[in-house]
Ligand binder design. Sequence first.
Ligand code: NAG
Ligand code: NAG
Ligand code: ZN
Length: 467
Amino acid sequence: MISLAGALLLITPFSPSLFDTCLSGSYYGNYNDGQTTNSVFLPEAACLDSWSAEALAPSASIAEATQGYQQLVWVEQKAVESSLLAATRSEFDAFLEILSEHRHVERDQEVLYVPEDKMGYELLHRTPTAALLAVSHSTARSIDTLLPPFWKSVLVPAAPVDFIPVPADAVKHVKHVLSTLKFDPEIAGIVESISLPQMVNDIRFLTGEDESGIMSRHSFSEGSRTASKWLKARFEDTGATCELQPFLAGFAPNVVCTYPSTVPTNATVLLSAHYDSRGSFGSTRAPGGDDDGSGTISILAIARTIARKGIKFQSNVQIIAFAGEEQGLLGSKAYARKMREQNAEITVMIQADMLAYHVPDEPPQLGLPATIGTPEVTQLVANVSALYSPELRVGYTAACCSDHQSFHEQGFPATQVFERAGPIADPMYHNSGDLSDREGYDFQQVKSIAKVQLATLLHSAGYELSQ
Ligand SMILES: *[C@@H]1O[C@H](CO)[C@@H](O)[C@H](O)[C@H]1NC(C)=O
Ligand SMILES: *[C@@H]1O[C@H](CO)[C@@H](O)[C@H](O)[C@H]1NC(C)=O
Ligand SMILES: [Zn+2]
């Protein structure tokens, strides 16, 4: 898209019935506002005219872009405990001011110079917890570093996307696993052997709390490259075949690791996390100990357990550490799109994002997505948790959405595991103080959730022990 001038936009609560109308070819994806899932369409004027005001949901909004910006960006306040939210409304206004002013943004010694003609924005939609902006390409590239702490940005794609519901057929396997699920003492023994001290070592490398020298794993940072190579090597140590897969110029790559199946099948179970991070505005330190170092060490702990126990799977298994999550799920979107193009047979996908934090006087928890995700996969994870990690209090969270959304949107059965049965409560969320050595960061909870991820993998892939 060269310029958005003259583009019409319809922002409306998501409904599958919209895709049976003239809107279907102008769909640009679903976006959350902390409460509901919204669909964005860029329809032809004639299509928009054919809708009567009554036919649209009361909260639908229509806008016309008039200025020559190139990139649409959805920004959203995450579902966060109200105690953490004081004054963020004015922080959002301050953010808009930064976008509009011709201001040099200083980050430590580095000055991010944004040329005058590249600044500014057009506000196309605004609710208390979300906004849709049109900005230049260069602003879009750095917008995540300018946002207030509990806000997140998602780049709207340059061309319409298909709406692909998860086909009933794709959920058959999960339903089968769910209906035959019962406690297996061998699986209990395997998942109990996940090493907590090793997870402590791993997170300290990724956050730079040890001597790794990693200051940040922001997708554009040097530290993210170091982390990607380290993760590839550690996963390879466990017998996986790994690749660094670049997806967009300037971004750190996805780390994609595969364990082959012992029987001929295209079925694939996928466990993932994102290893990129975000820090505080104005700081180059982004340790990402919880978000999402905790999910990253969980999948690494699972890989280490696969190797130690000599586990061979009766399905292909992929373990992936994504990058570009903080810029709008960019790494996983590229990967899920490729899997759809290859007509891949992903039977279960589970994203681990933020597993470590709970309010100090709360019990350990497991949060599952209330909206985006496949209900049967979410149910499977909940039931597996009851069997193997009964210490976790399981419930739903509105803190949507991580990389599982990319798979969900491509019609693959997917869900997420999260640290809390409620909104985000971590005061260090998207903060340069997101270290592992602090109050509320609970390695035991990370291990309990990793047990659930691994037990779900073992039940749904099928396995044998070679030792
Ligand atoms: C899963 O858990 C739910 C809620 O506890 C329960 O009602 C259901 O029977 C369980 N399903 C299976 C297959 O165990
Ligand atoms: C896997 O997919 C390929 C390509 O679609 C197909 O040719 C092959 O028969 C499939 N293998 C199995 C075991 O289903
Ligand atoms: Zn995250």
